[in-house]
Structure formats: C-alpha cells, structure tokens
Design a protein around this ligand. Structure first.
Ligand code: ATP
Ligand code: MG
Length: 747
C-alpha cells in the first residue's frame, strides 16, 4: 500500500507524506504537487497510522476540489473508507457539526441557511425601516468581514466609536436579531457559531485525530480559529499553501496565518517543494517574471520539470468582440490541428471578473462551442428554481421569514404587499415568527388588524395549506429519511406550476419547465435510498456522549441537507455537474474560482489596466498574484489578450503587469506561431494517449487543410519519435507530459 501511495512522488513530497511531525506546513509554488501531497498524506495516515477515517478532517477550498480529492483518496483506500472522512469546505464541515451538536449552544435542530439574497434583503430592509444613510451592500459586506474576524454584533457594539460605526452597529445587531428570530444562520455564522460550539463543548472534537487543510494561504481569522479548535485535542495538523497565491485578502484572508501557526506550534516542520510538474518551462518563466515584480516577496526556487515548450502568446485585438471571436477561432484551430485530441474540456477561459463573460459567451454560442460557466449566472439563481427552493426552505424552516415573504404571494394570491407588511408588523409586536402568525390567522385562531378581504384570506389559507402539506410529509417520515422529491412534487402540483410558467413566461416557459425537471431529477437522486444513506453517513457525526463510536443513525433531515448542499454549492459559485457531460464543454471561470485547477490550454482575456489590476482593487500586489494564479493554471498553451478599447469604448492600456520593461521578451507578441508538431505532441502526451497511426494521420490531415492560416508549419510530424515515447510512469519518476516537445522538435 505504501508503495502505491508514495509512487510517483519526489523526495520532498514523500517526506511530507510520511513525516512523523505533528504539525507540518508545506509551502510551495503552484503546480508543485501540494494538493497531490496532501491527498497522499491522508491516504498514508489511514493506511499506516491506523487513524480512523471518521476522525480525520480535510478542508478544501471549493466543493469541486473536495470531490476531486475524495476521488483520489478512494483510489488508495477504497470507497467505504474514503466516504467516512470528514472532507469538505470549512463551511460544509461546520454545518455538519452544528446540525449534530448545535443544540448545545442554543441553536434549534432545524435551523436553515440564509443565502446571500436573504442576507442582502434583510440588511436592505433594516436600512430602509430606520432611514439610515449607510449603503446596504456596504453594510452587508462589512457584517461579513466582521464575522470573518470573529467579531459578533455584541462585541462590535461594545467597541464602537464614532457615529458611522454606531449606525453600522445598529444594523449589525438588528440583522443578527432578525436571523435569530427566523431560525437562520448566514454563511459566516456557520464558522462563527462552530467556533463557539467547539470552545464551549470540547467533547465534540475530542475524537479528531488529524486535520488537513489545502490552500491555507486563503484562510481568514475565523477559519484559523476553527482550525485550532478542531485540532485542540491532539494537535496533528498538516497544511499546504503558497503565499504567492493569496488572492482572498478582499474577503479578509490573513496571510499572517502562516507565521501565526509557527508561533502557535513552534515545532512546526516546514517543507518546501521546488519542482513544478504542471506547466511548460516557458509558461513558468513568464509567470515567475510577473510575480517577481513584487519586490517585497522573498525569492524562491522553482524548477520546471517540463521542457521549455511554447512561449505564452500576448495578443492585442481592436475590441472585446474581436477578442472573443479570435479566442473562439483559436480554440477551433487548436482542436483541428490536434485532430480533436484536445477536447473542449482541455480549454479554459479565466476572467478577472464574471462580468467579462458575456461577450465571450456570445461568441462561443454563435460558433456552437458548448461551455460551462463556473461562477456566473447559476442554475439555482433562476427565477423558477429559486421560487421552488424558497417553498422547500419555508417547509424545512418555517421561521425563514425572508423566503416566506418572497413566496407568500407568488403565484399571485391577492395577498398584497401592504397586507404582508401589516402581518409582519403584528408578528413582530407579538414576538412570534411571521409563519406562526400567518398560520394562526389563516386558521382563524388569531385575529389580524390587517385588512384581509375574503379572496386574500382564501389565498392565505391556500398558502398555509401548501406549507403544512409539506411539513406533514416530513413528520410522516419521522422514522426514516424524507423523500425530498415527494415534497417538491407536492409543491409543484399544488402551485399548478407548469401552467403558471406557461401563463407567465410565454416566450421561454419550456426552457423554464425543463429547469424544473432538472431540479426534480436532482431531488429524485437525493431521495434515492442508497444516495440518501451515503448522504447520511457522510453528514452524521456521533452523539456527543458517544464519540468513540461511529454512530450512523437514520436521520430525518434529508430535506435540510439537500437544501444546505445546494446553498453551499451555490455559495462557492459552482454548479452541480453530472458526470460525463463535461468532456465536451469548455470552461469559463473567474480566476478566483479556478484556484488549484489546471488545463492544457488557458486564455486570460481583458488584460488591461482597470480590468487587471481592477479599477476598484485597493491592493495591487493581490491583483498581480491573481494574474499569477491565472497564468499558472496553464499546462501547455497560454494566451493572454487585451482589446484596444474597453467596454466604455475608451482606450484600454495593456495591464501594467504585462507592460513593464522586459516583460515582452517572455511572450510571443505576434503569435500564434505554434508549430503543428509541438501542439500534436503536446495534446497526445497531455492526454496520456499513445498515438495510433490513424490518429496521427488525422492530425496530418488537419495540417494539410489548414493552409491559409498563420500557423507556420515548421516540419513533419516526428512519427517515429512519438511512437517511441514511453507514456508510463517509470520507477517513481514523474511522467513528463511535455517531454515530447523536445523530441518533437522538427525532424
Ligand atoms: P496549486 O498551487 O495550483 O494548487 P499544487 O501545488 O496543489 O498546485 P497539484 O495540483 O497537486 O499542485 O499538482 C499539479 C500537477 O502536477 C498535477 O497534475 C499533479 O498530478 C502533478 N504532479 C504533482 N507531483 C508530481 C510528481 N511527483 N510527479 C508527476 N506529477 C506530479
Ligand atoms: Mg493545489
């Protein structure tokens, strides 16, 4: 087993994987195998230290990274074992702990999650009701950053100083009171409350044997606290990270956490990795040059393991549309040149901000190139989906007044805004939730002063009936998991939702209905007994008095986990994906969301001042690191480009990071000039495929038919060379995908 786990790792990586030290920091540049090392260490701890999987916590930054990591660990230790790990984002792990033990700190078992829209709506309302001058969005993000620092509303109130802070303090306190009254936690609360839990009930984590964290450079203070608390019993921690890739300062990430950790655990073992296994030498060289513009940063060694390859291409286009069209034509050309051995999924377009995607999406759409958006307009944000999810959320947590207000009159039931407002006010005065008040009024148990006429009363009753219908299903299934799909079907039926869509959205109701069908499919999947069992196993923690055992008890909050999963997926800007459907899709992502990932071919468009560095960004060093993170996602081909005019038709000046003296020598300015042979060799090796004669002939055909483009054809395919190349992984030595570059140099 050890040989399997250690196979293909270099010496430093092996040292990190097998180290006996309790606290290990692996600090290393992009592509040096940090994530690979962390994954191997988890497998190693399981296999050789006899740690129990349910006692190991592994934190990743995104949902996607978590599932990839689990997949790899599964390969080493098997499905059963991998599935029992506590592996996920900080938020999802905190959620599990709070669902299981939250009652010990006064949370209700059935708390719901306030998503970003809920939070925003609450703050807006507070600002409006109190006629405050502070901008609601600003207040919302300030609340978030206070929570990220671990400062709750009461603590802030104690330290407030000037008038502006007092106003904010009022908003913060009312916001928190509103969440509490609605039985909701926002995303930041998940972390904050989990800290409170682990501080007051240490027993919850007394069984935790090891804690491992990826992308540590982007943890904030509250996540650091959480780390210390999770590890408090045994202090066995492995973190991997790279200060040069710290890009979440704007969300209060604290790069200081690295040194703080060394102070907290003075015997921390630090291991550096110095070889890059991801990118060609040329890409690395250029990226390196960019990051070195930051003179305050300590010099570091970074060695390419691949040959030099192709210099990144830096291209200027007249305007954004031309840039997008050029990008699409390059995708097509590279595919043609490689006989489609480069698939669409081998390409990524990485953006400084999601707003840049529209013009690229249009160009891809026109050219018929399928793509998937990471971090853009999302499935769960669509009106019809949000509406149904709001119904489910109210059924799950009736105290969720925000969601309740959004749906109480949708579809229209004559319950007007004024009525809702009056009901909400009455509820507030009575100290009850909006739901209990509405329910009591609709059932004639309580009188309301709101002027509710007969049709409105009927509408209210109908609404209450739907929610109660859903609740009944939950209660009926008290001994077992709730079939989420049954509840969703009930809601859809009671709302005559298909009819509603066709009446309200004459133009595109069919697309909308197919989205609903997609949600139904997801709910069906979540209701599948096997899937549910694994959901339960994955999310269940042992009873607090019984921590040595793995308690896998049947749970009745499948609906709650279904919704939480969606909320957490959506919050990290990722769409749920179905296996297999991605191969033919190009990826469009923000650079932020592309962290930790890699693609053979990467485009970074809109490299102009104002875009990157962004005009609103305060920290230019962070912007530079962002460009660095983007560039180092590329394995073999990197395109940087900029339009000469920005979206306001003003002159766009090439990003200062790319315009500094000497930089141009790292790029091809008048590319593309990629030799056909190189691209082919590259494509084949990256896909680890042995080229069949037929495939090579196909490539050659691509070359022959491509006469009028600007690709200088520099030679014949080195067929003999390619066929000779050993693609296997020999004796612990790295496979070197791009090695064919050199052997493919023209015969
Ligand atoms: P980032 O900082 O971008 O997250 P990372 O340091 O986590 O990068 P990984 O994603 O773990 O790097 O590895 C980058 C690539 O290099 C992966 O494709 C991985 O499989 C490969 N790799 C890592 N170590 C080795 C090795 N010793 N031999 C061969 N390939 C390796
Ligand atoms: Mg990584």
């Amino acid at each position: 087993m050890a040989s399997d786990i250690l196979k293909g790792l270099n010496r430093a990586q092996r040292e990190a994987v097998t180290s006996e030290a309790n606290v290990v920091q692996v600090l290393a540049p992009p592509g040096s195998g940090k994530t690979k090392t962390l994954t191997a260490r988890v497998a190693y701890l399981l296999a050789h230290r006899q740690l129990q999987p349910w006692n190991i916590i592994v934190c990743t930054f995104t949902v996607k990274a978590a599932s990839e990591m689990k997949e790899r660990i599964r390969g080493f230790v098997g499905d059963e074992c991998a599935k029992q790990l506590k592996l996920g984002t900080f938020h999802s792990i905190a959620l599990r702990y709070l669902k299981q033990y939250g009652t010990h700190i006064g949370l209700q078992k059935d708390f719901g999650l306030a998503d970003t829209a809920d939070s925003r709506a609450i703050v807006k309302r507070i600002v409006k009701q109190n006629e405050l001058s502070m901008d609601a969005n600003q207040a919302r993000s300030k609340i978030s950053s206070q929570k990220a620092k671990g400062i709750d509303a009461e603590e802030f109130a104690r330290t407030r100083k000037n008038a502006e802070q007092q106003e904010f303090s009022q908003i913060y306190q009312e916001y928190q009171a509103m969440l509490d009254a609605s039985n909701l936690l926002d995303y930041d609360d998940l972390l904050l409350r989990c800290c409170v839990l682990l501080r007051t009930k240490r027993e919850c984590v007394k069984n935790v044997q090891a804690l491992l964290i990826d992308e540590f450079q982007d943890t904030n203070t509250i996540q650091y606290d959480l780390m210390s608390l999770f590890a408090q019993e045994r202090n066995v921690i492995t973190i991997v990270g790279d200060p040069d890739q710290s890009i979440y300062g704007f969300r209060s990430a604290e790069i200081k956490n690295l040194s703080r950790m060394k102070e907290g655990w003075p015997d921390t073992l630090t291991i550096n990795l110095e070889e890059n296994y991801r990118s060609s030498g040329a890409i690395l060289h250029a990226a390196q040059h960019i990051i070195e513009q930051d003179e305050s940063r300590p010099a570091k060694k970074l060695q390419a393991t691949h040959t030099f390859g192709l210099r990144p291409i830096l291209r200027k286009l007249p305007h954004a549309q031309a840039e997008a069209e050029w990008l699409v034509s390059e995708v097509k050309r590279l595919q043609a040149l490689t006989g489609n051995m480069l698939q669409k999924s081998d390409f990524a377009v990485l953006l400084r901000s999601a707003a840049l995607s529209r013009v690229i999406e249009t160009a891809l759409g026109q050219a018929g190139v399928p793509y998937r958006m990471v971090g853009g307009a999302r499935f769960y944000d669509r009106v019809e989906i949000k509406l149904l999810l709001d119904y489910l959320r109210v059924i799950d947590t009736p105290g969720n007044s925000e969601a309740l207000e959004r749906i109480i009159n949708v579809p229209a039931r004559r319950v007007g805004e004024a009525t809702v407002k009056a009901l909400a006010e009455e509820a507030r005065i009575k100290g009850s939730t909006l739901w209990s008040h509405v329910e009591a009024v609709a059932q004639g148990r309580r009188r309301s002063r709101a002027k509710i006429n007969e049709p409105a009363m009927l509408g209210l009753r109908k609404f209450v009936g739907i929610v109660l219908g859903g609740r009944k299903k939950i209660e009926a299934a008290a001994d077992g998991p709730v079939p989420v799909v049954d509840i969703l079907t009930l809601v859809i039926k009671k709302l005559s939702f298909e009819k509603y869509l066709s009446e309200h959205y004459k133009e595109d109701h069919e697309t909308r209905w197919s989205n609903v069908e997609e949600l139904l499919a997801q709910a069906t999947e979540a209701s599948d007994p096997a899937r549910l069992q694994s959901l339960i196993e994955e999310s269940t923690l042992p009873d607090i008095d019984d921590l040595e055992q793995v308690a896998v008890s049947a749970k009745d909050d499948a609906l709650s986990f279904f919704l939480a999963n969606i909320a957490l997926t959506a919050s990290s800007a990722e769409k749920a994906e179905k296996d297999g459907e991605q191969a033919q899709q190009l990826t469009i992502s923000t650079i932020h969301a592309a962290k930790g990932l890699e693609w053979p071919v990467v485009f970074i468009p809109a490299c102009y001042d104002g875009s990157i560095p962004h005009s609103r960004a305060e920290d230019h060093d962070e912007e530079r690191r962002l460009l660095y993170v983007g560039m180092t996602r590329a394995q073999a081909v990197l395109f940087l480009s900029s339009p000469q005019r920005n979206s306001q038709r003003e002159e766009a000046v090439l990003s200062t990071f790319l315009a500094q003296s000497g930089v141009s020598s790292f790029f091809e300015e008048h590319g593309p000039s990629i030799a056909m042979t190189e691209v082919t060799g590259l494509a084949i090796t990256l896909r680890r495929e042995r080229p069949t004669p037929a495939k090579l002939a196909e490539c050659k055909k691509g070359l022959d038919t491509d006469e009028d483009n600007h690709w200088p054809v520099t030679g014949e395919l080195p067929l003999a060379e390619l066929a000779k190349w050993d693609y296997g992984n020999s004796g612990g030595q790295a496979t070197r995908p791009a090695a064919v570059f050199s052997s493919a140099s023209i015969t």
